[in-house]
Design a protein around this ligand. Structure first.
Ligand code: NAP
Length: 295
């Protein structure tokens, strides 16, 4: 077995993503010698103890990060600034600070100014997840065969960047490096906009008259059912994603709205060729995802 990457690794927050990292680390043994977990609620800490996800469970995040050579933020992105203010003076010199947040521009904005000298910030985003949350929801295979996007700062120490990449390789992921602006645009179209559409379509269905709504639920075909799965996602996480990737989501939404209106216009004017073309493009994209084993 390879040497553990980290001597003492602290997970700040432990829901779906944090507990999946803890589970891979426990299973493999070559990610961290000691896993420290901190989270805000006593109930979650208790659950972490029951599940045996950590070697050390610590309620105070500042004490938890002390002496750690690796720290991973696994909390909603809107909570980063406050958490960082609390822990920054306690981060060990030479430590690598990384995260799993779904937005990256906001992470650099909120963490970089508070970074103590000698601590390396290397943000990352595992492109893997489910609609479930909390420490019970995680599983060690979550990241296998999925991409992890790493968005180092221009001044990031190459050794720290390599350590974060190796962490994700050991979790089974494929690595892609990007700048935070490109990352935020890409995820706005592949993840944030689809969620916005799913939340909206469920809201629209919910606004229908009572008897129609019942019929909607009764006859929910697979199309609507798939949207409801996506729309079952965590409230705090998704509120923070939209508020912290504002520009990119608004840009993608306005492009989408234009394209949706064009589709509507084609339906109104009976332009069968336009409609067929859109459906064919959808089928082509689905096929290429299957070929890339990302479906
Ligand atoms: P989760 O299952 O809901 O767990 C959230 C964790 O953050 C819990 O430990 C919770 O603590 C803590 N937390 C929540 N609000 C907080 C606050 N205001 N201050 C401090 N701690 C707080 O979330 P998750 O799905 O693992 O997501 C964690 C991060 O991963 C997010 O930044 C998200 O954008 C990113 N991400 C998620 C997915 C996905 O599909 N879910 C995929 C990729 C990346 P308590 O339980 O103690 O309250």
């Amino acid at each position: 077995m390879a040497e553990p990457l980290f001597n003492r690794l602290c997970l700040v927050g432990i829901g779906l993503i944090g507990s999946s990292i803890a589970r891979v680390a426990k299973k493999r043994g070559d990610i961290a010698k000691t896993i420290v977990v901190t989270t805000r609620r006593a109930e979650t800490l208790q659950r972490v103890r029951e599940l045996g996800l950590a070697d050390v469970v610590e309620a105070d995040a500042a004490r938890a990060v002390e002496g750690c050579d690796g720290v991973i933020f696994c909390i909603p992105v809107g909570a980063y600034a406050e958490a960082m203010r609390h822990i920054a003076p306690h981060l060990a010199p030479g430590a690598v600070l990384t995260d799993v947040g779904s937005t990256k521009g906001s992470v650099v904005r909120d963490l970089a100014p508070l970074l103590p000298a000698g601590v390396q910030l290397v943000p990352a985003h595992p492109m893997a997840g489910t609609e479930h949350s909390g420490p019970d929801a995680g599983f060690p295979e979550l990241f296998e065969g999925r991409y992890c996007i790493v968005t180092p700062l221009p001044e990031s120490d190459p050794q720290a960047v390599e350590k974060v990449k190796e962490l994700w390789r050991r979790c089974g992921s494929m690595i892609e490096t990007m700048d935070p602006v490109t990352h935020d645009k890409v995820v706005a179209i592949v993840s944030h906009l689809p969620h916005l559409i799913a939340f909206t379509i469920c809201g629209t269905a919910d606004d229908l008259a009572e008897e129609t709504k019942e019929a909607v639920l009764k006859f929910a075909a697979s199309g609507f059912r798939d949207f409801t799965r996506i729309a079952a996602s965590d409230v705090d996480m998704w509120r923070d994603v939209f508020l912290n990737n504002r520009e990119a989501v608004l840009e993608m939404l306005s492009r989408f709205a234009e394209d949706a209106h064009a589709f509507g216009r084609a339906i109104r004017w009976g332009e069968a060729g336009f409609i067929e073309d859109r459906i064919k493009r959808g089928r082509k994209i689905r096929r290429s995802l299957i070929e890339r084993k990302q479906a």
